[in-house]
Design a protein around this ligand. Structure first.
Ligand SMILES: C[S@@+](CC[C@H](N)C(=O)[O-])C[C@H]1O[C@@H](n2cnc3c(N)ncnc32)[C@H](O)[C@@H]1O
Length: 246
């Protein structure tokens, strides 16, 4: 998957991105990000894959400085009002000196990145003692993994990685983070609204419905899938992995 594939996908989604999932603007998920990052008034915060700035705005006004970094200009220019500084650059090669930020956060970004390089780059720019939080949709476990990864692949063809909760823990631990902990958050998504992301064809949306129609008992039970008006409602699992740079 090239960087152009990713930027092309998100440029197509940029106008409607904020409405594309209920989790985008979910204030409870936002509160979890703040609880785990514990922003202080003197902190310098880096929001990696900042997109339209939905995470950046949580920190705006609470900390000394918020920097956003992303590769898709059409997404990132919407973040500008919530940022002190916007940088268009890939997470794998963050253009900041070592030990710059007190907090690094990345929500729903690492699935598009070269790993573990991108996470190592985030930790490099974090100050010793600084906090890092990765927030991502995950399968609940081996029982729903194959079906859920298929749904995620259909919904976003530029996705490179799919995660189980322990994968996020390993990503932080393997690049030297300490005190790594995982927190779970369940987001209730209307699948038809969620799949209408402005960047995939109707055939893919129908293929997603087909996965739900034929889903295994394990999948239906773990995701507590409900049928609604001919569509499906899914309880999707977010995992927030928090760690500290020693
Ligand atoms: C699903 S959006 C998440 C936006 C935001 N973090 C949020 O939670 O709403 C993914 C974003 O990751 C960005 N992205 C993808 N690959 C990237 C990379 N290698 N470096 C920096 N940003 C990247 C995309 O351009 C897009 O804006």
């Amino acid at each position: 998957m090239s960087q152009e594939d990713v930027t092309g996908h998100f440029a197509a989604r940029s106008a409607t991105y904020d409405r594309s999932s209920s989790w985008c603007t979910d204030s409870e998920l936002g509160r979890l990000v703040l609880q785990l990052t514990q922003p202080q008034p003197t902190d310098r915060v880096l929001d990696v894959a900042c997109g339209t700035g939905l995470v950046s705005r949580l920190f705006s006004g609470r900390v000394a400085e918020v920097t956003g970094v992303d590769i898709t200009t059409e997404m990132a220019e919407q973040a500008q009002p919530h940022l002190d500084r916007l940088v268009i650059a890939p997470a794998e090669a963050l253009p900041f000196p070592d030990d710059t930020f007190d907090v690094v956060v990345c929500r729903q970004g690492i699935q598009f990145m070269e790993l573990p390089d991108a996470v190592a780059s985030m930790v490099r720019v974090l100050k010793p003692g600084g906090r890092i939080v990765l927030v991502n949709l995950c399968a609940y476990g081996p029982q729903d993994r194959d079906e859920y990864f298929e749904v995620l692949r259909l919904r976003n063809p530029v996705r490179r990685h799919f995660f189980l909760p322990q994968d996020l823990e390993a990503l932080l631990s393997n690049v030297g983070c300490a005190e790594v902990e995982l927190h779970r958050y369940v987001s209730v998504e209307d699948v038809d609204v969620w799949s209408d992301n402005g960047a995939i064809e109707e055939t893919r949306r129908e293929a997603i419905r087909e996965v739900y129609r034929n889903a295994s008992e394990d999948f239906l039970s773990l995701h507590a899938v409900k049928e609604s008006a001919g569509g499906f409602v899914d309880r999707m699992l977010f995992v927030a992995a928090a760690g500290r740079k020693p």
